[in-house]
Write a protein that binds this ligand. Structure first.
Ligand SMILES: NC(=O)C1=CN([C@@H]2O[C@H](COP(=O)(O)OP(=O)(O)OC[C@H]3O[C@@H](n4cnc5c(N)ncnc54)[C@H](O)[C@@H]3O)[C@@H](O)[C@H]2O)C=CC1
Ligand SMILES: O=C(O)[C@@H]1CCC=N1
Length: 270
């Protein structure tokens, strides 16, 4: 990415925990000068202190971009410090779950371009996927800038509207948590049939990682890949008869899981 526009005006990062750090690591890895980055975070990590960014100091008056990566519950306390940067010169990009574009507009002004983004933690190894949408004054150039910044940590997709953001959050934003729990569950199930804990975890992790990588590159659909594993009358068929039972199988459970996460996103937005 060409960071020259950002380097001349600066980038402000509000909150640099797990998600802010993943994004910052991606940009620095792509060549963004740490001197152009101004981070505000009351509890900076040792990693952040070692990056050479400007930390908890004065902020530029009109940076090119403000990236907001604080928890939604901290937004009301954190956002008013940036009100003076609202109005149009600075693009605001936020990764916070739930918090609506209208909430930001109420604090920053409706003339402020704001892009809501929902990344996920595989961003830490540049394998994330982020969905974005903009407010009414966000132009194609604003969306393209946000997309370029977020592409540093993986794929980016554009949403037809903000109404889909809680659903996306529930699927891909929270999704890594579901997959990590699946690894835990598979490892425990392996232990239950007699494997040592370390071996069960090694097998579970490699199986989920390998199957995910295969699903991403294969020409076949996930359903076809599943059928390829399943010999008639064999072991996979016996296992899938339990996992795919309806009702009560994984599809039912995942539907309820994603619905609960979506409902929580909507509640956070109120
Ligand atoms: N962790 C995840 O998987 C994802 C998180 N998100 C969103 O990213 C945002 C951040 O989440 P995480 O990075 O996981 O949380 P985190 O707790 O790791 O990071 C939040 C950071 O904000 C800092 N902070 C607290 N009050 C502040 C203030 N007043 N001003 C500036 N910084 C302040 C904290 O010290 C902390 O470093 C949340 O809004 C979350 O919804 C979005 C997608 C995925
Ligand atoms: O759990 C959360 O609220 C955040 C948003 C998506 C992933 N983590």
């Amino acid at each position: 990415m060409d960071f020259s526009g950002i380097e001349s005006r600066g980038l402000v990062l509000l909150g640099c925990g797990k998600m802010g750090s993943a994004l910052l690591a991606g940009w620095l890895g792509e060549g963004l000068s740490p001197a152009a980055v101004h981070v505000t975070d009351p509890s900076p990590s040792a990693w952040l202190k070692g990056t050479g960014v400007a930390l908890n100091g004065p902020l530029p008056e009109a940076p090119a971009v403000v990236l907001i990566a604080v928890k939604p519950q901290m937004m009301a306390a954190a956002l008013p410090s940036l009100t003076a940067m609202g109005g149009g010169k600075t693009l605001f990009v936020t990764v916070a779950a739930g918090t609506t574009l209208a909430t930001y507009e109420a604090i920053l002004g409706a003339a402020t371009p704001i892009v809501r983004a929902m990344p996920n933690t595989p961003a830490a190894i540049s394998r994330g996927i982020t969905a974005i949408c903009g407010n009414a004054v966000a132009t194609e150039a604003h969306l393209a800038l946000a997309e370029a910044l977020l592409t540093a940590v993986g794929q980016v997709v554009r949403l037809p509207g903000e109404h889909q953001m809680d659903a996306v959050t529930a699927l891909s934003g929270s999704g890594p948590g579901y997959v990590f729990h699946m690894i835990e569950a598979m490892a425990r199930a392996g232990e239950a049939v007699g494997l040592a804990p370390d071996l069960a975890m090694t097998l579970a992790k490699a199986t989920v990682a390998g199957a995910g990588a295969l699903a991403e590159v294969a020409a076949e659909t996930p359903a076809e890949l599943r059928q390829n594993v399943t010999s008639p009358g064999g072991t996979t068929a016996a296992g899938l008869a339990v996992l795919m039972a309806e009702p009560g199988g994984l599809t039912d459970l995942m539907t309820r899981t994603v619905a609960a996460a979506e409902a929580r996103g909507k509640a956070l937005g109120k």
